[in-house]
Write a protein that binds this ligand. Structure first.
Ligand code: GDP
Ligand code: MG
Length: 842
C-alpha cells in the first residue's frame, strides 16, 4: 500500500475524529522557515503544484498562511455538492471578530450556475481544483491567480500596505486530485533590518511569530536555506535547532542549487556530512525571478528541475532523492508515521465509544420487525402483557426486587404494613366507650328497665349501648381497604419502572392501556370489598354473644367494680382520718375518743363509722351528724350495696355473714354468665373461707383489663377505667361529705355501680369484636381484592387487549426512542467504518 493511498484514509479518519468529538487526531503541521527571499513560498508552491502564492523579491509574505491541501477524487461528491454563498453565509468569521471591514468581491463571485457552467463547459471537464478561504466562506476560487490576489488583498487588509507584518493567519484550503494531504504554513521570512512600516524590533517579532508555530511538538520544520549562501549562516537551521535540538522533526531544504558558484556543489550537505539532520536535506530548484516574469509554467519548471538533477554531474547519482517530488513524498511519509503513532489511542477510544453506543442501542431494544404478520404482533403484545402481569404479581409477592426497595416499603411489604401497623393501631386507638357518658349509660339502663324497678343487670341496656360502639370499627376498616387499593394502584404504575420498563417504554400506548385495564379491574373490586368489610361490622352488630369465652361476664366485672370501689372508700377514709388527726393535733386537745355511734347502730357501714368518728371529734360542725344519719337512712332504704372497709370486715366476724348474704343477693342480680355454677363457686368459697369474697386487688383488675388488650395483639392506650372511676369517686365523696342534699340526686350508689359495670362489659365485649375485625378485614381484603386481582389480571388483560385490531396501535413505538435508536445506529456505523479504516492501516 502506497502512502499516497493512505492519505484519503487519514482524511476520513480526521473527519470521523471531528464529527465524533474524539480527541483531535492532531495532525502535524509543516511549516516553512527561512530567511527573507530564500524561496519558502516557491517551495510550497511546488508542493501544491500551482501558481498561487505571492512571490518575489522583497518582503512578500507578511502574514502566516495556513495552507491545507486536500486530496479529492474526480467523482468525489464534494466536487458537485457546491452551495454558493448566500446572504446569511456572507458574514465571515473575521467580521465576527471585528477584524474586517465589508468584504466585497464583485466579479470573482461564483454562483452555482457559473459553477455548473464551468463544469459542463466546452471541454466537458469539471473544475476539480479550487481554493477556499476561511474568511470567505462558501466561495470556491477556481482561478489560482484570484487566490494569489485574495492573499495579497487579505494581507494588506490586516498588515497594511507598507511592509508591516501580522501574526493573524490566513487560512486557505486547496482541493485538488493532484495534491497530497498536507497542512503547510508559509511564514514571513527572517529579516535583520526594519524597513517601511516595520517596527524597530522586526527581527524579534518575526522570530517570535515563527517560534510560535515551530515550537509545537507536532510541527515538522521545513528549514529552508539557499544553497548560494554558506550553511553556517543559515537562520532557519539556527531557529530549528532552538526548538528541535535533536533534529528529529526538522527537514533541511536547500534551494537555489542552480545559483551556486560554478564548480561548487552542495553534495556534502545533501549527504548529511555537513550538518546532521535525522530527516536529512533535500535539494530543490525553484523558478527564478526570470522564470516567474516569463510566466514559465510549473509543469515546465518541475521538468526542468528533474532534468537539472539528472544531468548534473554531482547530483546525478542521487537524482531520485532530490527535487520537489521527492520532497513531497518525504513529507507525506513523515506525516503518515506520525498518524500511525496516534492510531492506537484513537482505536482504543473508538472501541470504548462503540461499546457505549452498543449499550445505548441495546437499551432501546431491537428494531421491531413485525412486518404485517398479525401473529407476530399478537405474540409481542402477549409477551409484554405477561411480563407486565408477572411483574405486578411479583411486586405484591415480593419476588420482584426494586431499586427503590431500600428507600421505602413497597408492594407486598407495604400491604403487610398497612394491615399490621396502620390498621392495627387505628383500631387500638379507638376508645371503646367513645361518646358514651355515664349519663348515657344510666339513661339506657333506665329505659331498658321500663316502668318496673330493675331486678337484673339490664342486659338490654348493654346490648343497646354496645352496638353503636361496634360501629366505630367501620371507619378504620373502610380506610384499610382504601389504603390497600391505593397501594395496588401505585404498584400498577410502578411496574413499568422495573426491569421490564425499558422494554415497555418503547410502547407508550401499550403501557398506558395495560395500566388502564388493571386500574379498571382494581376499581371494580373496590366496591365489593368495601361492602363485604361493612357487612363484617354489621354481622358483629347483629348478635351480641355474651357467651363468648373471652367475654368478661357480669359476675367477674361486678367483682372488679366492687373491689375498685372498696379500694376507693378505703383511700377516702384513710385520708379523712389523717385529716382529722391533724386537726386534733393542731388544736392540742387530748380528749378520749367516744365509741362510734354509727358503728353500734349500723355495724355494717365502715365508711359511716369513720365519718361518725370524725364528726364526733369535730365539735365545730354538729349539724353534719344529723346529715350523716339522713344518709344512712337513705342508703339502707334503697338497699344499695355498701362497700366495706376491709379492716372492719376482717375484724368483725359478726358482720361477715350478713355481708355475705348482702353481696350474694346483690350479685345474683347481675349474674350474666352461668349463674348456677357461679353461685356454687361463691358458696364453696364462703364455706372454706370466713371472708367469702377475696376481692381482686384494684391493681389486679386493672392488670386483667390490660392483658385483655394485650391479647388483642395491639398495644392499646390504657382503658380509661381509673380515670372514670376517679370521676365517680368525686361524686361519691361529694355525696358522702353531705354538703347538700341536692348532690345526692345525681346517681344512686347502685346506679353508679350499674353504670360502671355496663361500661366494663362494653369494654370487654368491644375488645372481642375488635379482635375479630382486625383478623377478618385483612383476610377479606386479601381474598376479595389482592388475590382476586392476582388471579384475574392476566385473563383480564387478554380479554381487553388481545385483539387483532388493536395490535398495530398498541405497538406504535415511541418516536423519541425511535430517533435515538437511529442516531445510535448511525453513530455505530461511523465508528465501525473508522475502526475498519484503522485496521486496514495496521
Ligand atoms: P520567500 O521570501 O522565502 O518566500 O522567497 P520566494 O519564494 O518569494 O522567492 C524569492 C525569490 O527567489 C524569487 O524571486 C524566486 O524566483 C527566487 N528563487 C527562489 N528559489 C529559487 C531557486 O531555487 N532558484 C532560483 N534561480 N531562484 C529562486
Ligand atoms: Mg514568501
Amino acid at each position: 500500500m502506497s502512502f499516497e493511498d493512505l492519505i484519503p484514509v487519514v482524511n476520513k479518519l480526521q473527519d470521523i475524529v471531528t464529527t465524533t468529538q474524539l480527541a483531535d487526531i492532531d495532525l502535524p503541521i509543516l511549516a516553512v522557515v527561512g530567511s527573507q527571499s530564500c524561496g519558502k513560498s516557491s517551495v510550497l508552491e511546488n508542493i501544491v503544484g500551482k501558481d498561487f502564492l505571492p512571490r518575489g523579491t522583497g518582503i512578500v509574505t507578511r502574514r502566516p498562511l495556513v495552507l491545507q491541501l486536500i486530496n479529492i477524487k474526480e467523482d468525489d461528491p464534494i466536487v458537485t455538492k457546491y452551495s454558493p454563498p448566500n446572504s446569511t453565509a456572507s458574514s465571515s468569521p473575521h467580521q465576527q471578530n471585528n477584524l474586517a471591514g465589508p468584504y466585497s468581491d464583485d466579479s470573482e463571485e461564483i454562483n452555482l450556475e457559473d459553477h455548473l457552467r464551468k463544469m459542463n463547459g466546452s471541454n466537458n471537464k469539471p473544475q476539480l481544483e479550487w481554493g477556499e478561504f476561511l474568511h470567505v466562506p462558501n466561495k470556491r476560487f477556481y482561478n489560482f491567480h484570484d487566490i494569489r490576489r485574495e492573499i495579497e488583498q487579505e494581507t494588506h487588509r490586516i498588515a497594511g500596505q507598507n511592509k508591516g507584518i501580522s501574526r493573524l493567519p490566513i487560512n486557505l484550503k486547496i482541493y485538488s486530485p493532484h495534491v497530497l494531504n498536507l497542512t503547510l504554513v508559509d511564514l514571513p521570512g527572517l529579516t535583520k533590518i526594519p524597513i517601511g512600516d516595520q517596527p524597530s524590533d522586526i527581527e524579534r517579532q518575526t522570530r517570535n511569530l515563527i517560534l510560535e508555530y515551530i515550537s509545537k511538538q507536532n510541527c515538522i520544520i521545513l528549514a529552508v536555506s539557499p544553497a548560494n549562501v554558506d550553511l553556517v549562516n543559515s537562520e532557519s537551521l539556527k531557529l530549528a535547532r532552538q526548538v528541535d535540538p535533536t533534529g528529529k522533526r526538522t527537514v533541511g531544504i536547500l534551494t537555489k542549487l542552480d545559483l551556486m558558484d560554478q564548480g561548487t556543489n552542495a553534495l556534502d550537505i545533501l549527504k548529511g556530512n555537513v550538518y546532521p539532520l535525522k530527516l536529512g536535506f533535500i535539494g530543490i530548484v525553484n523558478r527564478s525571478q526570470q522564470d516567474i516574469s516569463e510566466n514559465k509554467s510549473l509543469d515546465e519548471s518541475l521538468y526542468a528541475e528533474q532534468q537539472f538533477f539528472l544531468n548534473h554531474p554531482a547530483y546525478r547519482m542521487m537524482a531520485n532523492r532530490c527535487g520537489t517530488k521527492y520532497l513531497a513524498q518525504t513529507l507525506n511519509k513523515i506525516l503518515m508515521n506520525h498518524i500511525r503513532d496516534r492510531l492506537p489511542d484513537i482505536k482504543a477510544k473508538l472501541n470504548t465509544l462503540m461499546g457505549q453506543t452498543e449499550q445505548e442501542l441495546a437499551s432501546y431494544g431491537d428494531i421491531p420487525e413485525f412486518g404485517d404478520s398479525k401473529e407476530a404482533h399478537g405474540a409481542m403484545v402477549l409477551s409484554l402483557m405477561t411480563k407486565f402481569s408477572n411483574a405486578f404479581v411479583g411486586s405484591i409477592e415480593g419476588s420482584t426486587v426494586n431499586e427503590i426497595a431500600t428507600k421505602e416499603l413497597c408492594g407486598g411489604a407495604r400491604i403487610y404494613y398497612i394491615y399490621n401497623e396502620i390498621f392495627g393501631s387505628q383500631l387500638a386507638s379507638i376508645n371503646p366507650t367513645h361518646n358514651l357518658s355515664i349519663h348515657d349509660i344510666r339513661t339506657a339502663i333506665r329505659n331498658s328497665t321500663g316502668p318496673r324497678p330493675s331486678l337484673f343487670v339490664p342486659e338490654l341496656a348493654f346490648d343497646i349501648l354496645v352496638k353503636p360502639q361496634i360501629k366505630l370499627l367501620e371507619e378504620p376498616s373502610h380506610r384499610c381497604v382504601e389504603l390497600v387499593y391505593e397501594e395496588l394502584m401505585k404498584i400498577v404504575h410502578s411496574v413499568c419502572s422495573t426491569d421490564i420498563g425499558t422494554e415497555m417504554n418503547r410502547y407508550p400506548r401499550l403501557q398506558n392501556k395495560l395500566i388502564e385495564v388493571v386500574s379498571d379491574l382494581l376499581r371494580e373490586r373496590l366496591g365489593p370489598t368495601i361492602k363485604y368489610v361493612e357487612s363484617l361490622i354489621e354481622i358483629n352488630k347483629a348478635y351480641i354473644n355474651t357467651n363468648h369465652p373471652n367475654f368478661v361476664g357480669a359476675a367477674k366485672a361486678m367483682s372488679i367494680v366492687v373491689a375498685e370501689r372498696q379500694k376507693q372508700k378505703e383511700l377516702e377514709s384513710t385520708s379523712k382520718l389523717r385529716l382529722a388527726s391533724e386537726r386534733i393535733l393542731s388544736k392540742k386537745i387530748n380528749e378520749e375518743e367516744e365509741p362510734s355511734e354509727s358503728e353500734e347502730s349500723d355495724g355494717k357501714d365502715g365508711m359511716a363509722n369513720l365519718e361518725a368518728d370524725i364528726k364526733s371529734v369535730d365539735d365545730e360542725v354538729p349539724s353534719k351528724k344529723i346529715k350523716n344519719k339522713k344518709l344512712h337512712n337513705r342508703t339502707t332504704s334503697t338497699k344499695t350495696f355498701s362497700v366495706k372497709s376491709e379492716s372492719s370486715n376482717v375484724n368483725n366476724a359478726t358482720t361477715t355473714t350478713s355481708t355475705l348474704q348482702h353481696q350474694e343477693s346483690y350479685l345474683n342480680y347481675f349474674l350474666g354468665k352461668d349463674p348456677i355454677v357461679h353461685q356454687q363457686q361463691l358458696q364453696t368459697q364462703a364455706q372454706l373461707n370466713p371472708t367469702p369474697f377475696k376481692f381482686p386487688h384494684p391493681q389486679e383488675s386493672a392488670l386483667q383489663f390490660n392483658t385483655n388488650f394485650i391479647n388483642n395483639g395491639v398495644v392499646t392506650p390504657q382503658p380509661p377505667v381509673i380515670e372514670d372511676f376517679n370521676k365517680m369517686k368525686l361524686s361519691v365523696s361529694n355525696e358522702s361529705s353531705f354538703e347538700s342534699d341536692e348532690t345526692i340526686h345525681e346517681l344512686s350508689e347502685r346506679e353508679q355501680m350499674e353504670c360502671e359495670l355496663i361500661r366494663r362489659l362494653i369494654i370487654s365485649y368491644f375488645s372481642i369484636v375488635r379482635e375479630t375485625i382486625q383478623d377478618q378485614v385483612p383476610k377479606a381484603i386479601m381474598c376479595l381484592l389482592v388475590n382476586h386481582i392476582k388471579q384475574h389480571i392476566q385473563n383480564r388483560l387478554v380479554v381487553k387487549l388481545y385483539n387483532e385490531t388493536l395490535f398495530e396501535d398498541l405497538l406504535k413505538e415511541d418516536e423519541g426512542i425511535q430517533a435515538e435508536r437511529e442516531k445510535c445506529i448511525e453513530l455505530l456505523k461511523t465508528y465501525r467504518e473508522a475502526s475498519e479504516i484503522i485496521s486496514e492501516v495496521f
